[in-house]
Write a protein that binds this ligand. Structure first.
Ligand code: CU
Length: 332
């Protein structure tokens, strides 16, 4: 019964479409927001909850230099890695009715993606790059009233972006620097420590939004030869790397000269300014979810012992395009 019903609705839909091609409304939303220096990134659909009519389309405009996807998985689909997509990627103008996955490739500022929703239902919107970046699209039958118009969503998008980016900056001012007191918590300030990013996840009825500071909080550190520096990731979701010298093609695993200390921290030794060392992904353990196997601890600390004086620049291989760089000055 359901199938024949769907078929007749589809037939009717096509007939109506042929008669009045511009039937569905076109809605607009944005993906991501960032500070002027790109260091603060709102990993969020803005807004992340929208009510539309069946037959309407939503066009998303990407607004950040950190990569995101607009992805609708099917219920029960195992979440694929972002380079894989659905698998594969959809062209703008795609249709989503809950039965076939739709996804953009990783996209940055200037990209747009439009999706048509022909069938009533409540659909989850995700970014394949950022787990805590989700939204909900409510597709109502055209006989039902919609709670909001486009101007409401424009206002909400602006407010959510402002709140997220302000949350990354304790006093809310648009300074071009970051502080380890962002979000009000102080980090252990033992001498040779670098906080790698800071983040915060917020929830609303539509889903999750995240703000991340894509910076080494202490971008320059001065130590003496023979000393070690420790990097720790303070972001609940975003991975970072600490990369000296040559950037590896695959940023996920550590370089071959990295060992594991007894407390689980990764450790490398650098003996000259021409050495390379790469931490691999430094990331907090994923959240636990009912029905999924317990996730193992992630490596959240990376240490390097420097044996020779010199200046050692390094980057986060994932976010150097956003300005995530630092250097260690090693004195004799
Ligand atoms: Cu990073």
């Amino acid at each position: 019964m359901k199938r024949s019903g769907t078929a007749s609705i589809l037939t009717l839909g096509f007939a109506l479409l042929a008669l009045t091609p511009a039937l569905g409304a076109q809605w607009h939303a944005t993906v991501g927001a960032q500070s002027r220096d790109k260091g603060r990134q709102a990993l969020a659909f803005l807004p992340n909850e929208i009510w539309i009519h069946a037959g309407d389309s939503i066009s998303w405009t990407f607004n950040a230099d950190d990569i995101h996807t607009v992805t609708f998985l099917t219920d029960g689909q195992v979440r694929p890695p972002f380079p894989v997509g659905c698998p594969g990627f959809s062209a703008s103008g795609a249709t989503f009715d809950g039965t076939t996955c739709v996804s953009t490739p990783p996209t940055v500022t200037g990209g747009t993606f439009s999706v048509l929703f022909p069938t009533p239902g409540n659909y989850k919107l995700v970014c394949l790059v950022h787990e805590d970046m989700t939204g909900t699209i409510h597709v109502l039958d055209s006989s039902m009233a919609l709670p909001h118009g486009q101007s409401f969503y424009d206002r909400e998008a602006a407010e959510q972006a402002r709140d997220l980016l302000a949350a990354a900056n304790h006093d809310g001012q648009d300074t071009e620097e970051t502080h380890d007191t962002a979000f009000g918590h102080h980090h252990d300030s033992s001498a040779n420590a670098v906080a790698v990013g800071i983040g915060k996840v917020v929830a609303n009825a539509g889903g999750h939004q995240t703000v991340s500071i894509m910076r080494f909080v202490e971008p320059e550190l001065v130590i003496h030869a023979g000393g070690a520096v420790e990097w720790t990731n303070h972001d609940p979701i975003t991975p970072h790397t600490i990369t000296f010298g040559t950037e590896p093609a695959n940023p996920i695993p550590p370089s071959g000269n990295v060992t594991v200390d007894a407390d689980g921290a990764l450790h490398a030794t650098i003996t000259s300014t021409s050495d390379s060392a790469h931490s691999g992904f430094i990331i907090s353990a994923p959240q636990e979810r009912i029905g999924l196997p317990q996730a193992p601890l992630g490596p959240t600390r990376f240490r390097i012992t420097f044996t020779a004086p010199g200046v050692y620049p390094y980057i986060c291989a994932l976010h150097d395009n956003l300005g995530m760089k630092g250097r260690i000055v090693v004195l004799p």
